[in-house]
Design a binder for this molecule. Structure first.
Ligand code: AP5
Ligand code: MG
Length: 220
């Protein structure tokens, strides 16, 4: 399974990717999580990326493509992956096509999460994350077992720097301008499925699993 999750910021890509990792045992590759790790470790890439991320803008395509080229070389990519937040622009999609051709991979599914901007703004105010693992919670829709504590480590949860309403609105603008054209870019491949991302977390998850199962049953 070589899956791309496309959706607006706060659309549920990370939440769904984590559920798919558990179900299908393939890695989640989140460029956002990778970049946040670089920022935390103050690498050259992290230092270059921080300003863009804090202001809700995209990190330049070439930096992302270089980072992903290295990521695809890891052995856990052999049996598939869930790309969460990449590609984000047409040049990134073209770069991805080239990388996949080089390693002989073909995308199997593009899942698009569709959701209204106003629901997103409401959701993002309640997001809490366990930064070291990338585990995602919501104070109302997916609360942790203990107040503001990660379910696995019991460490304190945090709020992402870019979850302020103004930055969320800027990220939504960037999504509509630069990322949503990808849906059209991939439409001729016949592997695009669109899902209503405003449904409950488990309802969205069931729909994705149905799509993936149908695809694999057909191939068997
Ligand atoms: P990134 O980390 O990828 O952020 P994003 O795409 O803006 O998306 P989010 O992670 O904010 O949302 P999500 O869709 O994962 O939703 P989640 O599951 O958390 O990127 C951050 C920044 O890095 C970018 O702005 C950019 O600067 C840079 N960057 C990253 N990749 C890049 C690239 N390829 N090129 C250039 N720059 C790049 O859910 C959100 C909340 O809602 C959570 O609290 C969750 O619990 C809750 N929730 C989820 N689903 C539901 C549901 N169905 N019902 C109710 N609540 C729900
Ligand atoms: Mg995410």
């Amino acid at each position: 399974m070589k899956i791309i999750l496309i959706g607006p910021p706060g659309g549920g890509k990370g939440t769904q990717a984590k559920l798919l990792v558990e179900k299908f045992n393939i890695p989640q590759i989140s460029t956002g999580d990778m970049l946040r790790e670089h920022v935390k470790n103050e690498t050259n890439l992290g230092i270059a990326a921080k300003g863009y991320m804090d202001s809700g803008q995209l990190v330049p395509d070439q930096l992302i493509l270089d980072m992903m080229e290295t990521r695809f070389q890891k052995s856990d990519c052999k049996n598939g992956y869930i790309l969460d937040g990449f590609p984000r622009t047409i040049p990134q999609a073209e770069g991805l096509d080239k990388s996949l051709k080089k390693i002989g991979h073909q995308l199997t599914n593009i899942i698009v999460l569709e959701i209204d901007d106003n629901i997103i703004v409401d959701r993002m105010g309640g997001r809490r994350v366990h930064a070291p693992s990338g585990r995602i919670y919501h104070i109302k829709y997916n609360p942790p077992i203990n107040h503001n504590k990660d379910d696995v480590t019991n460490e304190e949860l945090s709020i992402r720097d870019d979850d302020k309403e103004k930055t969320v609105r800027d990220r939504l603008k960037v999504y509509h301008e630069l990322t949503s054209p990808l849906i059209n870019y991939y439409s001729n491949k016949n592997i695009v499925s669109t899902i209503d991302g405003s449904l409950k977390i488990d309802e969205v998850n069931n729909k994705i699993i149905n799509i993936l199962n149908n695809k694999w049953l057909k191939l068997e």
